[in-house]
Design a protein around this ligand. Structure first.
Ligand code: D5M
Ligand code: FE
Ligand code: ZN
Length: 482
């Protein structure tokens, strides 16, 4: 008998627990001594708690995820992934196509509202004297505040017009509009034949029924691991991964792990990044990611989406992390590589995953929004029904023929990362999850006063939407916000 195995047997016996020969065979296959010790200690602890005195084959198979609990369904479907759809039109023509696709998709969405029967095109509104109020749809081109009025320039495929807002409250809502966002305006002709905006309506989310899983399984939401960075919390993430194969009652029900981008820290993403890297190449970083994810029980399905630090292309929508940098991740049976953004169904629960690059543009230009409250920004994306409305700011957007960033399907869970601040929220029944990070505060973040709350794993029961979290940060002030 191997030395390690006799240790295991003796350890169990001193605790008054026997190991069945079939269970012994499974233990014999485990070559990692540390893993073997950990497994036996945890199973013995669990058996003692349950006042049972034999470890059998079934215990170990369940514990190691070799055998699935047949009552737990874990069906994952990719409902939408930009990877295969990316075409990139060229130059001005491409951007015209993109904006016309954006306009048409959002007009279709807003057409469900009763007011939409009175929608007129901008060319008609500009050339006729209006008897009654009418509605026009357009993308916001500019927003100016002059003395006591706000002026909005709206554009549709027939032309553009400048509308004036006098009402104070309405000026406040106009102040939160994002450039290039779609809006419907109620307009009327003024005495001097200018156009006055009397109301602004966003596509927004209608009241709807949330889909839940029939089977009681849990999903884990992670993002911004930044593997390869000096500040990546490797020990803590390994501890979490080990917990996944522990007998803990919550861990035993986890069947999905979603990773919302910035899986690795990348190379050449910011000046002098190499000084803050432990792994200097993308390949090395992804290999480390693969080794780590390989320790996750195989009955857990893992979805990997890229962020702005991952390889592929920088502009949105992003394709999945290309196979050429690491084929192992692509070949793993329990791993699914998707682009950014992606819509996934987990036992019928729709999860919209988006890394969240556009948050940078939005907090810069919108009064009342900040990096500290990412779920507020997520709400404004849902109201705009667009993941990255602002064009030409810090978030690069590719000139696709189809605007793949319009939120067409309404999700049950909206999963975003990027700002390294784990936070939960709710909007019109949709669960908002910002999954934080597994990277300690970087010198850059310290210099701009950004305080992340890393090392938190958010876990959602997909049947009840009850939320759990596991904290792997030793700092007790590191808390999940909501
Ligand atoms: O982004 C982590 C966070 O840091 C995110 O909130 C954006 C912010 N960030 C990153 N780089 C910059 C620059 N250059 N200016 C302002 N804010 C920034 P990550 O994608 O992990 O780097
Ligand atoms: Fe990040
Ligand atoms: Zn990011």
């Amino acid at each position: 008998m191997k030395k390690e195995l006799s240790f295991v047997l003796n350890y169990a016996l001193t605790k008054g627990i026997q190991i069945h020969p079939d269970a012994f065979k499974i233990l014999d296959d485990i070559t990692d001594v540390k893993k073997l010790e950990r497994i036996i200690k945890e199973v013995v602890k669990e058996k003692t708690k349950q006042k049972l005195f034999q470890i059998n084959q079934n215990d170990l198979e369940t514990y190691l995820g070799i055998k699935d609990d047949p009552n737990l369904q874990n069906e994952m479907r990719i409902l939408s992934d930009p990877t295969q759809k990316i075409t990139s039109g060229e130059g001005v023509k491409g951007y015209n196509a993109l904006f016309s696709s954006r306009f048409n998709k959002l007009k279709r969405i807003i057409s469900d509202r009763p007011e939409s029967k009175m929608i007129k095109s901008i060319s008609v509104v500009k050339t006729t004297k209006l008897e009654n109020d009418v509605y026009v749809c357009g993308l916001v081109t500019t927003r100016d505040i002059e003395r006591n009025v706000t002026k909005l320039l709206l554009e549709d495929p027939t032309g553009s017009f400048e509308g004036i807002i006098f009402d104070e409250e309405l000026q406040k809502s106009a102040g939160t509009l994002l450039i290039d966002q779609f809006v419907m305006a109620r307009v009327t002709t003024s005495k001097n034949s200018g156009l006055i905006i009397k109301d602004l309506i966003l596509p927004d989310i209608p009241d709807q029924k949330i889909n839940k899983s029939e089977s009681e399984v849990y999903a884990v939401f992670l993002s911004d691991l930044h593997i390869g960075s000096k500040y990546f919390m490797e020990e803590e993430l390994i501890e979490f991964v080990n917990w996944l194969s522990s007998p803990d009652a919550v861990a035993r029900k986890i069947r999905f792990i979603l990773i919302g981008g910035d899986v690795v820290d990348g190379v050449g993403i910011y000046p002098n990044q190499n000084k803050e890297l432990i792994c200097q190449t993308i390949e090395e970083q992804l290999q480390k990611a693969e080794n780590l994810l390989d320790k996750i029980p195989k009955n857990i399905k893992i979805i990997i989406m890229p962020g702005n630090h991952d390889p592929g292309r920088r502009a949105l929508p992003q394709p999945a992390i290309p196979r050429k940098y690491n084929s192992g991740l692509w070949e793993r049976e329990n791993i699914e590589m998707v682009g950014n953004p992606a819509l996934i169904s987990l036992n019928g629960v729709k999860v919209l995953m988006f890394h969240g690059q556009s948050i940078d543009d939005i907090v810069k230009t919108t009064p009342g929004l900040s990096y500290d409250r990412p779920t507020d920004v997520m709400k404004s994306l849902l109201r705009a029904r667009h993941l990255s409305p602002v064009y030409g700011s810090s978030t690069p957007i590719a000139p696709e023929m189809e605007d793949l960033l319009v939120i067409e399907d309404i999700p049950d869970i909206f999963h975003v990362g990027h700002v390294h601040k784990a936070q939960l929220g709710m909007y019109k029944g949709i669960l908002l999850v910002n999954s934080g990070s597994w990277q300690k505060q970087t010198p850059f973040q310290a210099s701009v006063g950004m305080i992340p709350n890393p090392g938190l794993a958010i876990i959602v029961n997909l049947k009840t939407f009850q939320i759990f979290h596991e904290n792997y940060n030793s700092n007790l002030n590191n808390i999940l916000q909501s």
